[in-house]
Write a protein that binds this ligand. Sequence first.
Ligand code: GRF
Length: 202
Amino acid sequence: MQKLPVAVLISGRGSNLQALIDAAAQPGFPAKIVAVISNKKEAYGLTRAQNAGIPTYVLNHKDYPGREHFDEALHMKLLETGAELVCLAGFMRLITEKFVDSWQNRLINIHPSLLPSFKGLHAQQQALDTGVKLSGCTVHFVTKEMDAGPIITQEVVPVLEGDTAEALEARILEAEHRCYPQALRWIAEGRVRVENGKVRIT
Ligand code: GRF
């Protein structure tokens, strides 16, 4: 079976990366992680990747004069790895339009809310502040507008009385670890189409 070569971009802990690594280790999983790239050398996700024998690269954004230069270097590195799909997994950088265009429909992200609610940082705290009774996670294609691309899959999680942001984060993370591998599987199986800005799973 020809597996879809995937790169995962991280900045930190990498629990979603771990979920993808674990899924990809299952026999018959249609994608293979060919590279993990971090903009932070201390990201724990790098250790997770190394433990799984996946090549890792650190591109420190501070080594580049600007966002365009960093994104260009990232783009070149991705081409070098042979990745055909890029998964953002806690990658804490805003990316340029040029980069998004280069990876159109081949760049996905996971966000800890039911988009379009609670875009941006601290989505769990935003949910608590708003008083919603349900939140969750979303896997979506990345477009120019932050946290707004076509939605591939979502999972709902209850917000419980007395929840702290940390408690809600932990509950949502469990859902994230199911959703991200599922979305990756569907894409690698060639079942995901974007039509008129919406995803159809065939
Ligand atoms: C997750 O909550 C993800 O939804 C968000 O950043 C966090 C990354 O966590 N984009 P981890 O590094 O995968 O553990």
